[in-house]
Design a protein around this ligand. Structure first.
Ligand code: MN
Length: 216
């Protein structure tokens, strides 16, 4: 099972989800992701999803559930829970799979499984980039583990592969936000350039942890 950092953000005393602190400074991912984008993305967008999720579940049985359990049966819940629960979870993961002085190529189990699943790191990179570039409108690109195998895909809006209604299924171990709010200040319409630079900030050590957690 996906051991999340994420559930730890739930405050047990008042049963609300909390916006996690960024694990680095707003400018730490420069020059690939600019400080202004990070500050607005975390402090406004992610904070908004978190607050709206709390408002959407207030007084319901969902208040006592971990986010993963809510997402698993998302088709039973309201659009507000779907959009904001997805937004809450997706960004929690996104911040952790990036880091300063990161990028390069994965090692360990991630490297082995990428080579087994896609042939080579270069082929993985091409396939993941293509999933991110071809997602029409707002959404996310993913690397997931499903039945011990890796798969690449994308989802619209704030959907994710943990949701019962998602076409792409599995435990996400790497995520890329391709909403315009994630890149427009610096890259404007050049989404492919943002995607290419994302590879310079991928925190492969965290992806390895995510993989190990997913393989259990
Ligand atoms: Mn976002």
């Amino acid at each position: 099972m996906f051991i999340s950092i994420i559930s730890l953000n739930k405050n047990n005393t008042d049963m609300t989800f909390e916006l996690p602190k960024l694990p680095y400074a707003f400018n730490a991912l420069e020059p690939y992701i600019d400080a202004a984008t990070m500050e607005i993305h975390h402090g406004k967008h992610h904070a908004g999803y978190t607050n709206n999720l709390n408002n959407a579940i207030q007084g319901s049985s969902l208040e006592s559930m971990p986010i993963e359990a809510i997402l698993k049966d998302i088709s039973k819940h309201s659009p507000a829970v779907r959009n904001n629960g997805g937004g809450y979870f997706n960004h929690n993961l996104f911040w952790t799979i990036m880091a300063p002085n990161a990028g390069g190529e994965p090692q360990g189990e991630v490297k082995k499984l990428i080579e087994k699943s896609f042939g080579s790191f270069a082929e993985f990179k091409e396939k993941f980039s293509s999933a991110a570039a071809s997602r029409f409108g707002s959404g996310w690109a993913w690397l997931v583990v499903n039945d011990g195998k890796l798969a690449i895909g994308s989802t619209p809006n704030q959907d994710n592969p943990l949701m019962d209604l998602s076409e792409l299924k599995g435990t996400p171990i790497l995520a890329l936000d391709v909403w315009e709010h994630a890149y427009y200040l610096k890259y404007q319409n050049k989404r492919p350039e943002y995607i290419s630079n994302f590879f310079s900030v991928i925190n492969w050590a965290q992806v390895e942890k995510n993989l190990n957690g997913a393989l259990g």
